[in-house]
Design a protein around this ligand. Structure first.
Ligand SMILES: [Zn+2]
Length: 285
């Protein structure tokens, strides 16, 4: 039972020798340990609760497709799904970037860390882009940049409000400066959207950091977040080392950012759809 006391990392049912003679029932994949309260939750219960812990309300990361399903009415259309990275730098670290891409594509079923859907959010016809954290940490390379820029352009041309759900570790280092260029590209497209007076709401989820925070995630007409999400540019350790000061409690979490005026609201996942519908009504579209 040593795993039961373990405070970090997840229990791996495949590790360690099996006690002799002890019968084991395979339940892997059925249960999940909450990262907030460490309770063991039945996975089906968690999914039925929009992947929010029923005990402590910890918001688990969810896939882009699941996010779109939760927000839009059925019958939406996925667009720009065929774009793939060309590996412009022919980059390799421990493994070649091409291999990482291929593995992430197999694991997620997506071509990169983003999915855009056109559909209805109650009475509103919207463009919704959701980031996929499971794809190389939701990092932003040329494909993510291009797909978001296209979503912005669609929103502008068809005069439909844009909603982006961010979940990202920042720029994708394997694409170097090409990934950094996406920040300027998306920001430019968003400035045009603003000129056209089409609303843009960004939903920041856990985690939203680096170049994504530094560009489109903070450029919404409304910037809102899910509870307890890590939101920042550099990580807390880097900041502490730089300014040589202890950071305050809750630093870089949604509630702290709301209190300091960086966010317009912190919205529970179960209320998100209704909140967005009301906000779009308020923005008169
Ligand atoms: Zn919990």
């Amino acid at each position: 039972m040593s795993w039961f006391k373990r405070e970090d990392g997840e229990f791996d049912p495949g590790s360690g020798p099996e006690p002799e003679g002890e019968k084991r029932v395979r339940t892997e994949g059925l249960w999940i340990k909450c990262l907030g309260c460490r309770a063991v939750i039945f996975k089906a219960d968690l999914e039925a609760n929009l992947s929010v812990c029923p005990r402590c309300q910890h918001h688990f990361k969810i896939a882009a497709r699941q996010r779109i399903d939760q927000l839009l009415d059925p019958g939406y259309e996925l667009v720009d799904t065929g774009l793939r990275s060309t590996d412009p730098l022919n980059f390799s670290d421990v493994r070649p970037y091409k291999q990482r891409l291929q593995k992430a594509q197999e694991q997620t079923g997506l071509s990169d860390a983003i999915l855009t859907a056109l559909g209805r959010l109650g009475p509103h016809s919207v463009v919704l882009s959701a980031m996929e954290y499971g794809f190389i940490g939701g990092s932003m390379g040329a494909v993510v940049g291009e797909v978001i820029a296209r979503a912005v352009d669609r929103a502008r041309v068809h005069r439909k409000p844009l909603i982006v759900v961010a979940a990202s570790g920042g720029a994708r280092m394997m694409e170097g400066v090409v990934s950094l260029m996406q920040m300027a590209k998306i920001a430019t497209a968003l400035a045009q959207l603003d000129d056209a007076r089409v609303p843009y709401i960004c939903v920041l989820t856990d985690p939203t950091t680096g170049g994504v925070t530094a560009s489109f995630a903070m450029l919404g007409d409304l910037n809102i977040a899910e509870p307890g999400a890590l939101i920042g540019f550099a990580g807390p350790r880097v900041i502490e080392q730089t300014i040589r000061q202890k950071l305050p409690e809750g630093f870089q979490r949604s509630e702290f950012l709301l209190e300091k005026g960086f966010l317009d609201a912190v919205v529970h996942r179960r209320d998100l759809r209704a909140w967005l519908i009301r906000a779009l009504e308020f923005l008169r579209v």
